[in-house]
Design a protein around this ligand. Structure first.
Ligand SMILES: [Zn+2]
Length: 328
């Protein structure tokens, strides 16, 4: 669904929207990034489409600054951060074996620096969501990384960082957080970080037959939906609706971190599910409408989504949320 030219009434003039983006998000690896199934410039593509469809410009977006080592240390162990100085370790995390042969200085600049910008964007979006009632980071959602280990293209634990910082900096406004993780893969990073943390409720719906199948991390999930390969819209959306209600009956959060991976889309080679573009748009609408109706702020992170079509679907979904009055 595209709505070119229909959005005059929503035009943002001289006012920012709580959508976070930086041109520094894009991974540039001298062409090597094309060897990876990940759309290395997904955020940039969405930014361009949103500018055209919602009549925005660069000034309409919030821009983060790069995370510092001290900020990363708030969640990551010294040993883990040190391990990123070894190209071999980063190659394993990024799932690009050739990276092992690239000088680490180059990896820092081309891959880890963009990831630090995206992780910073998640933290900024978390703060903005408190003030606006919603925020979207056009990146982040590195849900396979925990304090001491990266993996699955996730070198920094931005979800854990976002949550820990909110608890620290907003102790009166944020005491309880719900993670709604709808990426096609199990979110084992935040699950390992928040094991036995009563203030963090994790709802995770994922394909149980693909990476990472982390059985230890699973113990942290308080509402789990394990999907089969090629699950389609009808079953998926019914389960989502049921579990959103169940989660809310068990836990009333002050904020929701929505990990909105689009690797659930039909044809995604890593997610192995069969959700249509319309299904993803309805999924996002369900999440936003459920929590916003209760006055609970939602921060959305993009997470996985490996098809070239992902950027267009995400843009259509954001435009739809705006048309539905859910991003006001
Ligand atoms: Zn994923």
């Amino acid at each position: 669904m595209r709505a070119k030219g229909l959005l005059k009434e929503y035009e943002v003039v001289g006012r920012k929207l709580p959508i976070v983006f930086s041109r520094n998000y894009a991974v540039r690896f001298g062409g090597l990034e094309r060897l990876h199934p990940f759309d290395a410039a997904k955020g940039k593509h969405i930014h361009k489409l949103l500018c055209a469809q919602l009549q925005l410009d660069d000034g309409s977006f919030y821009e983060p600054t790069e995370l510092t080592k001290d900020q990363l240390r708030r969640i990551h162990t010294r040993e883990y951060l040190k391990s990123l100085r070894w190209s071999m370790n980063v190659a394993c995390i990024a799932e690009v074996p050739l990276m092992a042969f690239v000088p680490n200085r180059y990896i820092q600049r081309s891959y880890l620096r963009p990831m630090r910008f995206q992780a910073a964007g998640s933290i900024l979006a978390g703060k903005l969501a408190l003030d606006y009632g919603w925020a979207i980071n056009l990146g982040g959602g590195f849900h396979h990384c925990c304090s001491y280990r990266g993996g699955g293209f996730c070198p920094y634990a931005d979800i854990s960082l976002l949550i820990v910082r909110l608890f620290e900096q907003e102790p009166f406004r944020v005491r309880r957080i719900m993670i709604v993780d709808l990426d096609a893969h199990q979110g084992n990073g935040h699950e390992r970080d928040f094991n036995n943390v009563a203030a963090v409720y994790i709802f995770d719906m994922y394909n149980a037959f693909v990476y990472p199948r982390d059985h230890v991390a699973k113990e942290s999930i308080r509402c789990a939906v394990e999907l089969r390969n090629y699950t389609e819209d009808g079953f998926y959306l019914r389960q989502l609706k049921r579990c959103l209600m169940q989660s809310l009956a068990e836990f009333r959060p002050d904020m929701v971190v929505y990990n909105a991976g689009t690797d659930v889309l039909e044809g995604d080679p890593l997610g192995n599910l069969a959700i249509s573009a319309e299904g993803v748009i309805e999924r996002d609408r369900l999440v936003f409408s459920t929590f916003r109706a209760l006055g609970i702020p939602v921060v959305m992170l993009l997470s996985g989504g490996y098809l070239k079509a992902s950027a267009g679907v995400i843009t259509d979904s954001i435009v739809n949320l705006r048309l539905q009055g859910l991003l006001n």
